[in-house]
Ligand binder design. Structure first.
Ligand code: GDP
Length: 448
């Protein structure tokens, strides 16, 4: 799903990764690409405008940390803006159905024909049955006899109770009878399926508004097909104007969706996306996590939290001083090496870092033994700790007798000291080449 958008973003990020820093020029170019990617994905124009403006503001204001490339910093910005756009931080209370009312808690489904209302009723019924609720469903779709049969079938699969209705009844009468039955039989949750049309039409809106007025549901969920593109935005607007929606269910996210609906619908309605449909099957419903969705769109590993960690833990002053030193062409000594190791430890150690980096950066390290790498890291630190400040500043001074003393101090063999010095030399040479930006490469080497 959302493959195109993902690919576009990956390309943008890759380009930005090659840049030494975010400048006004490369940021403008990047913003143009982001704008095109979103428009191509059918995101509504006002949403695109606001999104791009927010990224622009943040990118130009952003101090790019020396240990991260502009590409990484950018992912952080785009990701957090995406999360904001589609719902902000995950809040289980906002996403889970609100059932806090005198039973039955009524859930009214709204949406166009084919959006996935009936399927979603089945999925919600299953979830609620699993939560040990007494659930009943009813169909007020008197226009398509098949719709009532379909609801009966999915309700059976969910293990919930089905309240029968027939096409010759009026929707309001069906609703009243179902509610009466539910009250008398101590039903916890009554799920009400409604008729949709192929497009927005007044009769449909009047009907669902009347159902809403009569039933006073605690949840009114707007069901929308993620593949609907720009139309989804207009539909969402119309339903949101006609009904006090409490949430959105985005269906068919498993399909070949361009993602526009997913990105626009929250902005347009101001209502939380509560669930996403991930398959036709009755189990294919998931609570909506804006952060995970944003990550999927960006097609990255959990690099976002890496960026956050870096902001939180890394001593910015030290990081900047080191970057400056490397850039100035001064050689990278063992004090710097030690500093790098310490920073890495603060960021959660080798394994955590590897987990969070996108796969392109850690190729070749897939088979790396993390425990061994951590152990190696500790040894290296022990060796550097046994050196005098002069030795750290001028590693060339370290000859045989000093090596023996250092090895003894660290409780290791001289070979270990030799190995570590070799690693340091390799890193020093690499630092010269990469001038500060080679975090990923540095780690690959540490594991080798
Ligand atoms: P309604 O007219 O709004 O009640 O829509 P339906 O529930 O009948 O769904 C229309 C079609 O979409 C059916 O073929 C469903 O199987 C399919 N559908 C619904 N939700 C999903 C979903 O999350 N993923 C996929 N792949 N198909 C879905």
């Amino acid at each position: 799903m959302l493959d195109n958008l993902s690919n576009r973003f990956s390309k943008i990020i890759k380009t930005m990764r090659g840049q030494a820093r975010l400048t006004e020029e490369n940021t403008a170019e990047m913003l143009r690409e982001v704008r095109m990617a979103l428009l191509e994905a059918d995101v509504a124009l006002p949403v695109v405008r606001e999104f791009v403006a927010n990224i622009k503001e943040k990118s130009l204001g952003e101090e790019v940390i020396s240990s991260l490339t502009p590409g990484q910093a950018l992912v952080g910005i785009v990701h957090s803006e995406l999360v904001n756009l589609i719902g902000g931080e995950y809040d289980a209370r906002a996403v889970e159905l609100n059932l806090a009312t005198t039973p039955p808690a009524i859930i009214l489904m709204a949406g166009l024909q084919g959006a996935g209302k009936t399927t979603t009723v089945g999925k919600l019924a299953k979830r609620l049955v699993e939560q040990k609720k007494k659930v009943m469903t009813v169909s007020c779709d008197v226009y398509r006899p098949a719709a009532i049969e379909q609801l009966k079938s999915v309700t059976g699969q969910a293990g919930a109770e089905f309240f029968p209705s027939t096409p010759d009844q009026k929707p309001l009468d069906i609703a009243a009878a179902a509610l009466d039955y539910a009250r008398k039989h101590y039903i916890d949750v009554l799920l009400v399926d409604t008729a949709g049309r192929l497009g927005i039409d007044e009769a449909m809106m009047n009907e669902i508004s009347a159902l809403h007025a009569q039933l006073k549901p605690i949840e009114t969920l707007f069901v929308v097909d993620a593949m609907a593109g720009q139309d989804a935005v207009n539909t969402a607007k119309a339903f949101n104007d006609a009904l006090p929606l409490t949430g959105v269910v985005l269906t068919k996210l498993d399909g070949d969706s361009r993602g526009g609906a997913a990105l626009s619908v929250r902005h347009v309605t101001g209502k939380p996306i509560k669930f996403v449909g991930m398959s036709e099957k009755i189990g294919g419903l998931e609570p909506f996590h804006p952060d995970r969705m944003a990550q999927r769109i960006l097609g990255m590993g959990d690099i976002v939290s890496l960026v956050e960690e870096a902001h939180k833990n890394v001593d910015m002053e030290q990081a900047h001083a080191l970057a400056k030193k490397i850039k100035s062409g001064k050689s990278f000594d063992l004090n710097d090496f030690k500093e790098q190791l310490a920073q890495m430890k603060k960021m959660g150690g080798v394994a955590t870092l590897m987990d969070k980096l996108p796969s392109q950066m850690t190729q070749g390290a897939a088979n790396m033994d993390m425990d061994k790498a951590e152990q190696q890291l500790r040894r290296t630190e022990g060796i550097i700790n046994s050196m005098t400040p002069l030795e750290r500043a001028k590693p060339d001074l370290i000859k045989a007798s000093r090596k023996r003393r250092i090895a003894q101090g660290a409780g290791l063999h001289v070979q270990e000291v030799n190995k570590m010095l070799k690693q340091y030399e390799q890193m020093r040479d690499m630092m010269k080449k990469f001038q500060g930006g080679g975090m990923g490469k540095m780690m690959k080497m540490m594991g080798g």
